[in-house]
Ligand binder design. Structure first.
Ligand code: C5P
Length: 220
């Protein structure tokens, strides 16, 4: 196969982003962070005074922001209406509101289409990370990975990233977001039937990367 499509799904704090970027870089593939796209649209809603809990208002505004993702794994970028949004999309406010926005079907339809266009355009192939890539966005992916880890391990990693944030509070916020993402009606966070599940609780990042690279090599 000259082009390979890899879908990496799972809840937050499982090492999805670090793993996906490293695998893409090693194999010379493009990389797409779909969570960043949902964060970007959420940031636009907040900045433009749209109440994220008003489903109709969110649906009506969904097509307004122009979201562009850069797919170089060494330097992934995201812009909203031409402005760099990589900093603003990581704030606690965006993190706490993104599940409400990403649950709106009109938002998902638009972002899913964007993701499929980007994946089709990736010449050597692409690693796409998210929640519904294997189930909904790219059901024909060559390899589907579903990353998991214990809530404790996920919270510990996340608070490490947030430089010493309270682990208990981080765990509560993370469990709440995963519950919202898993229980929404439109393409919830779920493992595809044909996905390979990798529990990363006891693994180092390097071990997870190696495991995924081996699985990709087996399929091309
Ligand atoms: O991966 P990240 O934590 O940045 O994702 C942020 C949020 O975007 C998730 O909590 C979820 O609400 C949404 N998301 C989604 N579908 C995806 C990727 C992310 O609904 N494929």
């Amino acid at each position: 196969v000259e082009s390979v499509i890899v879908a990496i799904d799972g809840p937050s704090g499982t090492g999805k982003s670090s793993t996906s970027k490293a695998v893409a870089a090693k194999l010379g593939l493009s990389y797409l962070d779909t969570g960043a796209q949902y964060r970007a649209i959420t940031w636009w809603m907040i900045s433009n005074g749209v109440d994220v809990h008003d489903t109709e208002a969110v649906a009506n505004a969904a097509s307004k922001p122009v979201i562009v993702s850069g797919t170089d794994p060494a330097r992934p970028t995201i812009t909203v209406d031409g402005a760099d949004a990589s900093g603003p999309i990581r704030t606690e406010e965006v993190t706490s509101k993104v599940s409400a926005v990403s649950a709106v079907p009109e938002v998902r339809a638009l972002i899913t289409e964007l993701q499929r266009t980007i994946a089709r355009g990736a010449e050597t192939g692409i690693v796409v990370e998210g929640r519904d890539i294997g189930t909904t966005v790219l059901p024909d992916a060559d390899l589907k990975i579903f990353l998991t880890a214990s809530p404790e391990a996920r919270a510990a990693r996340r608070s490490g990233e947030l430089k010493g944030a309270d682990v208990t509070a981080t765990k509560e916020a993370l469990v709440k977001r995963d519950a919202a993402d898993s229980s929404r009606k439109t393409s919830p966070l779920a493992k595809a039937d044909d996905a390979v599940e990798v529990d990363t609780t006891e693994l180092t990042l390097d071990q997870v990367i190696e495991c995924v690279v081996t699985l990709v090599d087996e399929r091309r």
